[in-house]
Design a protein around this ligand. Structure first.
Ligand SMILES: [Zn+2]
Length: 128
């Protein structure tokens, strides 16, 4: 499957990905959002640190780019997903395509369950 990375980057919104993984915004000012770094390795350092440092991760909503002032990581939405999931860029792109696919249909977030199989009524009543 061929992936149009440029198109993907235009469609994926980084802050939506972060919402998806439960990232908490500790500070939001216009396009700029701040919060704790979502990368486990970086967060481990922060656990013992002062609370003020739990806003080291900065996200630009409009540009869909991130930067962490603690671990120094930075990139776009695609690179974020790749690093966060620990997978290849191609795999990350595939996952993002899937996420876009499911989030593009807000009216039907999940498919209705398949119809239950009911035992058919007895074709004929017991002879009387
Ligand atoms: Zn970090």
């Amino acid at each position: 499957m061929k992936i149009d990375y440029g198109e993907l980057k235009r469609r994926v919104r980084l802050h939506e990905l972060l919402e998806r993984i439960g990232w908490t915004i500790t500070e939001g000012r216009g396009e700029q959002l701040r919060g704790p770094c979502p990368f486990p390795a970086c967060n481990a350092n922060l656990a013992s640190a002062n609370k003020a440092r739990r806003r080291t991760f900065s996200v630009h909503r409009g540009k869909s780019v991130y930067r962490c002032f603690s671990c120094g990581c930075s990139g776009n939405a695609l690179e974020f997903w790749q690093a966060y999931r620990g997978i290849s860029l191609y795999e990350a792109a595939l996952e993002l395509l899937q996420i876009l696919e499911t989030s593009n249909h807000p009216s039907s977030p999940s498919k209705p369950p398949p119809p239950q199989h009911h035992y058919s009524q007895p074709a004929k009543l017991a002879d009387s």
